[in-house]
Every structure is written in structure tokens, then in C-alpha cells.
Design a protein around this ligand. Structure first.
Ligand code: HEC
Length: 144
């Protein structure tokens, strides 16, 4: 979990850049394009696994507890934690910009990952989620 202030900062950013994707992507991103799934998995292995675990299961059991410096460990992204509470736009923004600028520990990826690679990694992550979690997330995205 990320602190409320930080979460607001992440969520409140403009989603304009996503508009090009959202119409097709949000309709059912898990079934969107098998090549994106494959690409997303590779992008994850190369850029994210070291902190978030091989299958996005997290690397720290007590991921919801901040350390002595008030920093949160990398959470699981496999549907067992809070990731699905964030809209696709918020996830995109977090992955693109990282969390260092808002006091966290995750490096930014803009400049190293293309928008398409970032979207691919989101597609792959959602493919790990249980159906009911995925459905709830889709519903939230559609509700805006
Ligand atoms: C250096 C370690 C590190 C790397 C590498 C990393 N992350 Fe993170 N990530 C974190 C930490 C730590 C957090 C928790 C927020 C914070 O305090 O920084 C986080 C949070 C997140 C969140 C928000 C999750 C939630 O439930 O609120 C997402 C999504 C995420 N990371 C995706 C990724 C993706 C995708 C990649 C690869 C492109 C990646 N991360 C690479 C450390 C990392």
C-alpha cells in the first residue's frame, strides 16, 4: 500500500496520454493481443522482477508495513495486494514515472520503456489476476 498523500499524487495526474489506448485497450485488455502479453512478460522480467518477484508475488512478506525510514517495500502485483484498486491510467503513470519523485523507491521508466511496453506490462500483470479481481478492476475503469 502506498500512503494516501502519495497515492493522490499518483492518481491525480492527467490521463490524456492514455486516451489513445483506452478505447480499445480497456474493452478487454487481457484478451487484447497475445503479442502484448509475451512482450509484457519479458519487460517485467527485465525491469521489475528484481523488486516485485518472478511472478509479481512480491519479495517481502510484510509488504504493507513501512520500514524504519517510512518506506514501503515493493508490493505484490499479482492481484493479491492493492494494484487492482488503481485505474489503468494510474498504473501507467506509476510505472512510467516511478515513485521516487513522490518519496518512494521505484525508478522511473520513461526514456527506457516505450508507452507500448508499459501498457504490455500492465496487460501481462492483469493476466495474473483472478477473474473476479480482473472484473472488478475493469468495472472501476469503466466507471471512470
Ligand atoms: C527498485 C525496486 C523496484 C523496481 C525495479 C520496480 N518497482 Fe514497482 N514498486 C517498488 C516499490 C518500493 C513500490 C511501492 C511504492 C513505493 O513506496 O515506492 C512499487 C510500487 C509499484 C506499483 C504500485 C502498486 C500498488 O499496489 O500500489 C506498481 C503498479 C509497480 N510498482 C509496478 C512496477 C513495474 C511494472 C515495474 C517494472 C517496469 C516496477 N514496478 C519496477 C519498487 C520497484
Amino acid at each position: 500500500m502506498i500512503g494516501n498523500r502519495r497515492k493522490r499524487a499518483i492518481v491525480s495526474v492527467s490521463l490524456g496520454m492514455l486516451m489513445a489506448y483506452s478505447v480499445t485497450a480497456i474493452s478487454d485488455i487481457r484478451g487484447y493481443d497475445p503479442r502484448m502479453l509475451e512482450r509484457g512478460k519479458i519487460v517485467f522480467q527485465e525491469n521489475c522482477e528484481v523488486c516485485h518477484g518472478q511472478n509479481a508475488e512480491g519479495t517481502v512478506k510484510e509488504w504493507h508495513k513501512p520500514d524504519a525510514q517510512g518506506q514501503y517495500p515493493p508490493p505484490p502485483l499479482n492481484g493479491t495486494a492493492h494494484t487492482w484498486h488503481h485505474s489503468i491510467g494510474a498504473l501507467f503513470h506509476t510505472i512510467r514515472n516511478g515513485t521516487i519523485s513522490v518519496g518512494g523507491n521505484m525508478p522511473a521508466r520513461k526514456g527506457t520503456l516505450s508507452d507500448n511496453e508499459i501498457l504490455s506490462v500492465i496487460v501481462w500483470l492483469t493476466s495474473l489476476w483472478p477473474d473476479e479481481i480482473y472484473r472488478a478492476w475493469m468495472q472501476q475503469n469503466q466507471d471512470g
